[in-house]
Design a protein around this ligand. Structure first.
Ligand code: CP
Length: 301
């Protein structure tokens, strides 16, 4: 049984195959009849132990566009609240003849733990501060769409790198495809050993914006901070907040990305988020095709 647990162990060829398959599915979902029968005999459970808007709905739509049967599970409102374990929960779902598990969990490694113990495909829809592989794949797909290629591009990931699963998956995904990556944020929100990943580091948002072709902006993940980090949201927006004026004043065009949810007025002003630089809603659109590709390819293995 095969899984998608992270980008770290994928090859460049794996990534290209997913992105090329996603391109075919993007054509499909732009037709008047958006559905194909590819996963007609497959049942998929979306098992979410953490909140989500984009990822959960995007997986559900991807599954429905592929004609899979779909069930949705949210830990809040379930018997997890009565003390049922992750493994018992998933084994009970699988007993109802479910073939694939798409899981989001707050604990890094939770989908890996599960994949060692069950006989069903596991897709990681975000595990704590670790990885969010389908977000990185849809981000690369969106860069390809906008700029023609990922190879040779300079991508700055700006914000709370320390608590971000999007940052780690994007670093792996972009580097495997030949992009250069810079991370930018306050010292307190950048992991100490980030240099070991071969990325550039900046603590100056204007320097990062001047350097890059693409700025992927992340929110401050207050829910993952065990202690109160410096800076506060007010200080963060003062020193790292990105405005439309800053983007307009750059010497060359820049592509603005954000995985969502945006904290408007903190990491991005509304006029920046909604500007012509932004492809934020294109990322969301592309997410459905990319998730269709991931599910389709896993089902063939
Ligand atoms: N980008 C992302 O993972 O958003 P959600 O938390 O809403 O799924």
């Amino acid at each position: 049984v095969r899984h998608l647990l992270g980008i770290k162990n994928l090859t460049e060829n794996d990534i290209q195959l997913i992105l090329e398959t996603a391109r075919e599915f993007k054509d499909v979902i732009n037709r008047p009849i958006k559905k194909v029968p590819s996963l007609r005999d497959i049942t998929i459970a979306n098992v979410f132990f953490e909140n989500s808007t984009r990822t959960r709905l995007s997986f559900e739509l991807a599954e429905k566009r592929l004609s899979a049967d779909v069930v949705n599970f949210s830990a809040s409102g379930s018997s997890v609240k009565k003390g049922e374990t992750l493994l018992d929960t998933v084994n009970n779902i699988l007993a109802m003849k479910v073939d694939m598990i798409v899981m989001r969990h707050a604990s890094p490694g939770a989908p890996h733990y599960l994949s060692d113990r069950i006989r069903a495909n596991v897709v990681n829809a975000g595990d704590g501060t670790h990885e969010h592989p389908t977000q990185a794949l849809l981000d690369s797909f969106s860069i390809q769409d906008k700029l023609g290629a990922v190879a040779g591009k300079r991508v700055a990931i700006i914000g709370d790198i320390l608590h971000s699963r999007v940052a780690l998956s994007n670093i792996f995904c972009l580097q495997k495809q030949g992009a250069e990556v810079m991370v930018c944020g306050p010292t307190t929100l950048i992991p100490k050993h980030i240099n070991e990943l071969g990325v550039k580091v900046s603590h100056n948002v204007r320097e990062a914006l001047n350097w890059c072709d693409v700025a992927n902006v992340l929110r401050i993940q207050l829910e993952r901070q065990q202690i109160k980090y410096f800076p506060s949201l007010r200080e963060y927006s003062l020193y790292y907040g990105i405005t439309k004026k800053m983007l307009d004043e750059l010497d060359r065009p820049i592509v603005l990305m954000h995985p969502g949810p945006i904290n408007r007025g903190v990491e991005l002003t509304s006029d920046a988020a909604d500007s012509h630089h932004s492809i934020i809603l294109d990322q969301v659109e592309n997410g459905v095709a990319v998730r269709m590709a991931v599910l389709y390819l896993l089902a063939q293995l």
